[in-house]
Design a protein around this ligand. Structure first.
Ligand SMILES: NC(=O)C1=CN([C@@H]2O[C@H](COP(=O)(O)OP(=O)(O)OC[C@H]3O[C@@H](n4cnc5c(N)ncnc54)[C@H](OP(=O)(O)O)[C@@H]3O)[C@@H](O)[C@H]2O)[C@@H](O)CC1
Ligand SMILES: Nc1ncnc2c1ncn2[C@@H]1O[C@H](COP(=O)(O)OP(=O)(O)O)[C@@H](O)[C@H]1O
Ligand SMILES: [K+]
Length: 498
């Protein structure tokens, strides 16, 4: 598991440790770790050309001290400063080691040092950065982006918000980010995560000072430990029965995809209920389904003992009858996953306040909106607001509805009113195609029915779904149906890694 802490928490932990250590020790540890990573990226050390982009704070100080260490190894180091101040001791150390320090001349002409560099180090701003990069920082960063050398970001790519991953203006795009002490949430969540490249953590000794993390990012081994393994005594009822209330005459495929997502993730039985033509189609693709023609208002097969969890909403419709069905499903005391049309019904546009029904539940509920659905559920933000501050809005929804929320999109994040948020490390933009969300709802539903706790089920389902997309065609486009072939590959990989 990887852990991330917010800036306030990092500063407090660093403060506590610095009070016990001689001045400058933490910065020297950070700079040593940074220099080591730079050396790994250089084809040869002696004679290599490294350019440091240096802002006015301690982030620039780290870059300067690392530059001094490189210069002592025979690297030609040039520091280009931006801003009114420079870390004096760092600049002196670099000069003493044979490096040069000068102010960035501005973006009117290409800087020849930058364009001749073998490696560029981004020490413009770190956790002290606020908002989009100002000038001359932004102009310098833009030139670095056009130069051929790889870019190593110090602590985080300058211009991304450390706590949220928001990019408010221009931001550095790094090949590698060397971060200190702990990860920052903005390195896990897009759009920030997308700018960070490969992230390396350097231990500067603050670990014992840190409280529990606010954001977690699991590794394959963590997923393997969470997945259910049927024991010798298993039977189909003990493995879990999932009820799927998806699909309608208009959207028959949603039912087929959700049922398939569940079956391919592993569950004892899927009970499908829906219109006759949809039942026929589900049975044609998945004959193992226990399917019944169902009027949406007939929800009598949901008593505990008959099903262990319910997925409701994908392609189901938003008619009054569908609202009655959602109401009845929410009345059950088994875990319920609400997706798509179920979320539209919850957002009140149809005149029924089903959100309160979610708040009243004692069994777990999981909402699985995309950014547009989450914006509608929250009511006071736009889709774009959600997209730039995904963690914050998922957490708000979790608090507001008193349940777990899985926010889909470029980074899938899972929030719960209690405990840290979790980000899913797998997936690809190729997932952005119709019907992939239906497969996800089935996959997560299967895990809920198997007895996996709600946050873990959401995480494992999202992980396998993302990995299925990555594995199934080796990077070629995937359709939602393809994910059903990818899920067994993802499960096999996770079990092999675990
Ligand atoms: N604390 C520790 O123990 C350790 C900390 N360490 C390192 O210190 C880093 C934090 O250093 P920090 O606090 O000095 O802040 P930093 O990120 O350099 O930025 C502040 C400067 O940037 C400027 N600035 C702000 N926004 C801007 C913008 N949008 N565009 C342009 N400029 C902007 C701002 O200017 P101002 O707004 O004040 O005019 C100010 O001068 C941390 O990330 C890690 O690398 C490690 O050595 C380990 C030990
Ligand atoms: N840019 C992206 N990068 C990675 N995954 C994405 C991206 N856009 C969408 N996805 C994923 O694709 C799926 C789309 O689900 P959803 O929006 O519900 O589509 P649908 O309703 O058509 O099934 C989700 O799993 C989501 O996380
Ligand atoms: K930086």
């Amino acid at each position: 598991m990887l852990y991330a802490h917010t800036v306030d928490v990092v500063r407090e932990a660093e403060g506590a440790l610095m009070a016990r250590l001689p001045e400058g020790v933490l910065m020297r540890r950070a700079a040593t770790g940074l220099a080591t990573e730079c050396i790994r990226l250089l084809p040869a050390v002696y004679g290599a050309r490294v350019v440091l982009m240096v802002g006015s704070g301690d982030n620039g100080g780290d870059a300067l001290y690392a530059g001094a260490a490189l210069a002592r190894r025979g690297v030609a180091v040039r520091a280009l400063t931006a801003g009114s101040r420079v870390h004096q001791e760092g600049a002196a150390a670099l000069r003493a080691a044979g490096g040069r320090v000068r102010a960035f001349a501005g973006s009117d002409a290409d800087d020849s040092d930058l364009f001749g560099a073998d490696l560029i180090v981004d020490g413009l701003v770190g956790i002290g950065g606020r908002g989009g990069l100002r000038e001359p920082h932004a102009g310098l960063a833009a030139q670095a982006a056009n130069a051929p050398a790889p870019v190593v970001a110090v602590d985080l790519p300058s211009g991304i918000d450390a706590d949220t991953g928001e990019v408010a203006g221009y931001a550095v795009r790094a090949d590698v980010t060397v971060t200190f002490g702990t990860h920052k949430p903005g390195l896990f969540v897009d759009p920030g995560a997308d700018r960070a490249g490969a992230v390396r953590l350097v231990d500067i000794g603050i670990g014992p000072e840190l409280p529990g993390a606010s954001v977690l990012r699991p590794q394959p081994v963590d997923i393997a430990g969470l997945l259910p393994t049927p024991g010798a005594e298993a039977d189909k009822y003990r493995r879990g029965v999932l009820a799927v209330r998806a699909g309608s005459d208009r959207f028959r495929g949603a039912a087929v995809l959700a049922v398939g997502g569940a079956l391919r993730t592993g569950v004892g039985m899927v009970r499908y209920g829906g219109p006759e033509r949809v039942v026929d189609q589900v049975l044609a693709r998945w004959p193992e389904t226990v399917a019944a023609v169902l009027d949406p208002r007939q929800s009598t097969d949901l008593e505990p003992g008959r099903v262990a969890a319910v997925v409701v909403g994908p392609g189901r419709g938003t008619d009054p009858g569908d609202a009655d069905e959602l109401d009845a499903v929410l009345d059950s005391d088994v875990p319920v996953l609400v997706d798509a049309d179920g979320l539209t019904l919850m957002s009140g546009e149809t005149g029924r306040d089903l959100a309160d029904r979610v708040r009243e539940r004692s069994a777990p509920t999981l909402l699985t909106p995309h950014a547009g659905e989450l914006a509608r559920l929250l009511g006071d933000v736009t889709r774009e607001d959600v997209e730039v501050r995904r963690l914050e809005h998922a957490r708000r929804a979790a608090r507001s509805f008193g349940c777990a929320v899985l926010l889909k999109g470029s980074t899938t994040v899972i929030a719960h009113p209690d405990g840290p948020s979790v980000v899913n490390p797998t997936g690809t933009p190729l997932l952005a195609s119709a019907g992939t969300g239906d497969v996800l709802s089935g996959a997560v539903g299967a895990l809920l029915a198997s007895g996996v706790p709600v946050v873990e089920a959401a995480l494992c389902g999202a992980y396998l779904h993302g990995r299925a997309a990555e594995l199934v065609h080796g990077g070629a486009p995937v359709s939602a149906s393809d994910l059903l072939h990818g899920l067994p590959l993802a499960l096999a990989e996770v079990r092999a890694d675990g």
